[in-house]
Design a protein around this ligand. Structure first.
Ligand code: SF4
Ligand code: SF4
Ligand code: SF4
Length: 325
């Protein structure tokens, strides 16, 4: 008897589309996916409507890979609908897992974002100051738009999820391993991160010498010496605070890790973990030399929020900027 195929779904919420491409990055292993599963919902690739998902029976979808953060009412609705229709829901990519780059908008709110995007940007020509409205009456009837929320949320702040597959986008090896685990019915316990229990530093081939640094460089300001840890050369590398699984691929092209693998196993906060690692390498946790100018050192870190929380602000303890209504 032929084994019945699994049913997969893919969806994108507040996303750049990179995670959709990552699914295809598994190259010929996509044939393994096709061998074990039918894709029943994938708006980027298939003409299928939300009403078709609504018509599915509950838990009809075996595995739904959901990428993107939750920023609008439509995305929240789809997260809830796909949760109901799926046996297994996977937060796919940094945006779904931790809020990702769209989550940096949590330093702002809808009012400020609309003002910037529709009224103030240098390329805007909007003489009547029109901004998106939830409902507009036109001769043909009423046009509606989903609400744009003040705060970007992660998928697990919206619905119950089963697994996290981190990365921006997830490394193709992690995607292939996840598909293999699904095919063999060998998924780990609910709530697991489908990535190794180690940091990017653990996977990095560069040599660490436990050196202290006294100057921080931006990537363009210095050519790193080969084979030596970038952080110990003063280039901010999030490797110590980031979960591995990507084979330290950025470091292999002389770029520091920016943290897309998300929080390290056994840490509770990626940004705080990195600040702590940096404090040690700057020697700030040791008895201070009076000549040691802490503030001058810290001031060298340009864009601390974008450095320490580039992918994780909504999932962090900070979560968002407190703003007056
Ligand atoms: S995780 Fe990265 S690649 Fe995936 S949708 Fe978000 S920004 Fe794009
Ligand atoms: S800090 Fe960066 S460069 Fe240094 S060992 Fe870790 S991952 Fe490699
Ligand atoms: S090195 Fe860091 S930023 Fe680059 S892919 Fe790996 S986890 Fe992401």
């Amino acid at each position: 008897m032929t084994k019945e195929k699994l049913k997969f779904a893919f969806y994108w919420a507040a996303s750049c589309g990179g995670c959709e491409i990552a699914v295809l990055d598994i190259d010929e292993k996509i044939l393994d996916v096709v061998a074990i599963a039918d894709i029943v919902f994938w708006p980027v690739a298939m003409d299928i409507k939300y009403k078709d998902v609504e018509a599915m029976s509950d838990k009809y979808i075996d595995v739904c890979f959901f990428n993107g953060a939750i920023r609008t009412e439509e995305q929240e609705h789809m997260a809830k609908l796909l949760r109901k229709k799926s046996k297994v829901l996977v937060a796919f990519g940094s945006c779904a897992c931790q809020g990702g780059v769209p989550g940096l908008a949590n330093v702002s709110n809808r009012k400020e974002i609309f003002e910037r995007a529709y009224l103030q940007s240098p390329s805007t020509n909007n003489p009547n100051s029109v901004t998106p409205q939830l409902s507009v009456k036109v001769p043909e009837g009423e046009l509606t738009l989903p609400e744009f929320f003040d705060t970007v949320k992660t998928l697990d702040q919206t619905v119950d999820i089963d697994y996290y597959l981190p990365g921006c986008p997830p490394h193709f090896n992690l995607v292939a391993k996840a598909v293999e685990a699904i095919a063999k019915n060998e998924l780990p316990p609910k709530g697991s991160v489908l990535a190794p229990e180690k940091s990017v530093c653990d996977e990095c081939p560069l040599k660490k010498e436990e050196k202290k640094i006294s100057k921080i460089y931006r990537v363009y300001e210095v050519t790193p010496e080969p084979e030596k840890c970038l952080l110990e050369q003063g280039i901010l590398c999030m490797g110590p605070a980031t979960r591995g699984g990507c084979e330290a691929q950025c470091i292999s092209v002389d770029m520091p890790c920016t943290g897309c693998g998300g929080i390290c196993p056994n840490e509770i906060e990626q940004g705080a973990a990195m600040m702590s690692a940096l404090m040690s390498i700057l020697g700030l946790d040791e008895e201070k030399d009076p000549a040691y100018d802490v503030e001058k050192l810290i001031a060298q870190i340009k864009d601390p929020l974008g450095t320490f929380y580039r992918y994780s602000l909504p999932a962090s303890i900070l979560r968002r900027r407190v703003m007056k209504k």
